[in-house]
Write a protein that binds this ligand. Structure first.
Ligand code: G6P
Ligand code: MG
Length: 215
C-alpha cells in the first residue's frame, strides 16, 4: 500500500545517491591548472548541478584569454575523458548511506522512480553503482535543452513516468536543482543544509534520514 501522498519520486544523482563531486573537482582542477586558471573546492561547489558546458563557461570566465567554440568543446572533451577515467573505478561501495534503502522503500510503496541528472555520464554511474535496474525512467541528459534551475528535466521525468508534477517528490542536493523542482510544481526534498537549500519544502542531511511517509 502507498503510505505517501505522492505517486513518483524523482532523484538527482550526484550528491544524492553518490558523491561524484570530488571526481568532477579533480577533472576540472587538472584542466584549470593546465590553463593557468584558479580553481579550488569552493569554486567547485558552485558547479554542483550545472551542466558540463555551463561549468566550463564559469571556469573560463576566470581566464585572461578567450576561447572559441572549437577550443571550448575540446576542453570540455578533455575534462570528460579524465572524469570517465576517474569514475571507471566506482563500485557499489560508492553508494551514499541510505541510498539503496530509500530506493527500496519507494519501490515497496508502489511509487514510480525516476532519475533527473544533467550528467551525460549518469547511465555509466548507475551501472557502476549496480542500481540501473531500480529506475522506471532515467532522463537522457543529451535530450534536455535547458539545465537546472529550469524545470525541463523534472517535467520530462514526470511526463515519462506518467505522473502529474504535483504528485511527484523531487530529491536534490543543489540549490539550482531545488529551484528546478519547485519551478516544476513538485514537492522538493533537499539533501544538505536548510540554510543553503532555502527553497526546499523539507531538508534532511542525507538519504539515511529519508522517510517517505513523512512528506
Ligand atoms: C551533475 C554535477 C555537475 C556536472 C553535471 C554534468 O549535475 O553535479 O557538477 O557538471 O552533472 O556532468 P557530465 O557528466 O555530463 O559532465
Ligand atoms: Mg546533485
Amino acid at each position: 500500500m502507498n503510505p505517501s501522498r505522492f505517486q513518483a519520486v524523482i532523484f538527482d544523482l550526484d550528491g544524492v545517491i553518490t558523491d561524484t563531486a570530488h571526481y568532477h573537482y579533480l577533472a576540472w582542477k587538472r584542466l584549470a591548472d593546465s590553463l593557468g586558471v584558479h580553481f579550488d573546492e569552493a569554486f567547485n561547489e558552485q558547479l554542483k548541478g550545472i551542466d558540463r558546458m555551463g561549468s566550463l563557461a564559469l571556469i573560463l570566465a576566470g581566464s585572461p584569454r578567450s576561447y572559441n567554440l572549437e577550443e571550448t568543446l575540446a576542453l570540455a572533451d578533455a575534462k570528460n575523458r579524465h572524469y570517465q577515467e576517474l569514475i571507471g573505478t566506482m563500485s557499489t561501495s560508492d553508494l551514499l548511506p541510505g541510498a539503496v534503502e530509500a530506493l527500496a522503500a519507494v519501490r515497496a510503496a508502489g511509487l514510480r522512480i525516476g532519475l533527473a541528472s544533467v550528467s551525460k555520464n549518469a547511465f555509466t554511474v548507475l551501472e557502476k553503482l549496480g542500481i540501473a535496474d531500480r529506475f522506471d525512467y532515467v532522463v537522457d541528459a543529451a535530450l534536455i535543452a535547458r539545465g537546472k534551475p529550469d524545470p525541463e528535466i523534472f517535467l520530462n521525468a514526470a511526463e515519462r513516468l506518467g505522473v502529474a508534477p504535483a504528485l511527484c517528490l523531487g530529491v536534490e542536493d543543489a540549490v539550482a536543482g531545488v529551484s528546478a523542482i519547485k519551478a516544476a510544481g513538485m514537492f522538493a526534498l533537499g539533501i544538505g543544509k536548510p540554510e543553503v537549500l532555502t527553497e526546499a519544502d523539507v531538508v534532511i542531511p542525507g538519504l539515511a534520514q529519508f522517510r517517505l511517509a513523512d512528506y
